[in-house]
Ligand binder design. Structure first.
Ligand SMILES: *Cc1c(COP(=O)(O)O)cnc(C)c1O
Length: 428
């Protein structure tokens, strides 16, 4: 069967983020047959630790029995219905539960509305559309959007336009006016602050991946920087949009990365861990202030995908929240993140490794002084680790781990040990 799968794959599948011409030199795709907890199991019964939670989505590991049960129970009742002029328990109650756990502040506007979509990219696309329409409704000449240099916000045309990495963006013209601004070398947002000060009246929104830019190579900035960005955006009267697609749901050690900085955004995008990695579903949370602008007269927000509010995804997403609570998932990160931190400190002490960095259940290190997304060094580490039963996927010269948040500590120790050995073998 394995060979038949590989043959069909080679003949007919167009894989994401793959060089088409590399079929001979590229590692053979892993033919995964099953997965349980932190483990992927291939067609020959070999087991691999999923060190990157299958592209950062499997926050609770694979096949969590409670999520499997929630899906089965919901699928026996209602699989899908349109969400225009219709509502149902899973999506309505999920919206309420999300609002209850969203970042909040005492005096300020809080996130009180939820728009459902299908994945991280669409959650950003929704936020972008809302931000641009919001400023038009206010008759403000805010046509610009600011994104941070190195940003990745997804692959739809709007979301990828925000992104800074040529490799992800493709050869397209911007459909709106975008200014991408770098954080300063010391990790402060001076340049963005200056721009907001001089030109803030023309800015509709500032998009930020709070604390960690994932796809850029796990680049991190401080809570202080995030707070300063938030304040500068508010002073300019623009919307602050937190893309927590990667950082949300405990990845950084708190439910939301914004919590580390006490920041409440005007809009918040969430996906990936949102369904525990089981189904493609996402949400964009919106403040009442923004929603109220759309709720006047005969205004409408002409947007919504066929599968918006899908009951299967919503039921699983509700169960994810219960599992987080019942199994004290966030609390359990403290002991695990210590292992991650210590391992990367050790690895960072070996030669030809640079800038070890960790936060919550994220650990990353560069294998070159100026790491490139097109670099090969991370791939060499991943190939060695795969032989020892650990599945990694690097960002070029940057190798990182983002294991399931609830990974057994013995499995985590093994994963980090294999990583350390593999990095040393490549870095010398
Ligand atoms: C992955 C990611 C996205 C895109 O999510 P998809 O589900 O792949 O569309 C958007 N923003 C950030 C920060 C991400 O890491």
């Amino acid at each position: 069967m394995r060979n038949a799968i590989l043959a069909a794959d080679r003949a007919h599948v167009w894989h994401p983020y793959a060089r088409m011409a590399e079929t001979n030199s590229a590692p053979e795709p892993l033919v995964v047959e099953r997965a349980e907890g932190s483990w992927l199991i291939d067609a020959d019964g070999r087991r691999y630790l999923d060190a990157i939670s299958s592209w950062w989505v499997a926050a609770l590991g694979h096949g969590h029995p409670r999520l499997v049960r929630a899906l089965a129970e919901q699928s026996a009742k209602l699989n899908h219905t349109l969400f225009a002029g219709v509502t149902h328990e899973p999506a309505a109650m999920l919206a309420q539960e999300l609002v209850e756990i969203a970042p909040r502040s005492k005096g300020g506007p809080n996130l009180s509305r939820v728009f459902f979509s299908d994945n991280g990219s669409t959650s950003v696309e929704v936020a972008l559309r809302i931000a641009l329409e919001f400023s038009r409704y206010r008759n403000e000449a805010r046509t610009k959007v600011i994104a941070v240099d190195g940003a990745f916000h997804g692959d739809t045309l709007g979301a990828s336009t925000l992104g800074a990495l040529e490799a992800f963006r493709g050869p397209f013209q911007q459909p709106f006016e975008l200014q991408r601004v770098a954080l300063d070398g010391d990790g402060s947002p001076e340049r963005i602050r200056a721009l907001l000060k001089s030109d803030g009246a023309s800015v509709a929104a500032v998009f930020v991946e709070p604390l960690v830019q994932g796809a850029a190579g796990m680049r991190m900035h401080s809570p202080q920087c995030l707070r300063e960005l938030r304040d500068a955006t508010a002073s300019a009267g623009a919307l602050f949009i937190a893309d927590e697609v990667f950082t949300g749901y405990g990845r950084t050690g708190r439910m939301w990365a914004c919590e580390h900085a006490g920041v409440v955004p005007d809009l918040l995008c969430t996906a990936k861990g949102f369904t525990g990695g089981m189904l493609p579903m996402a949400a964009t949370l919106v403040s009442s202030e923004v929603f109220d602008e759309f709720a006047q007269g005969d205004r409408r927000f002409s947007y919504g995908h066929s599968f918006t509010g899908n009951p299967l995804g919503a039921s699983v997403a509700r169960e994810v929240l219960r599992v987080f609570r019942d199994e004290r998932v966030i609390e359990g990160i403290a002991v695990r993140e210590k292992h991650v931190r210590e391992a990367f400190e050790r690895i960072g002490a070996s030669k030809n490794t640079f800038n070890p960095r960790t936060l919550g259940m994220i650990g990353a290190i560069d294998l070159s002084k100026s790491p490139s997304y097109e670099g090969e060094l991370g791939w060499r580490v991943a190939a060695l680790a795969r032989n020892e039963g650990v599945f990694l996927r690097p960002l070029g010269d940057t190798i990182y781990v983002t294991p399931p948040l609830n990974i057994a500590t013995a499995d985590l120790a093994r994963l980090l040990h294999v990583l350390e050995r593999s990095v040393r073998a490549v870095a010398g």
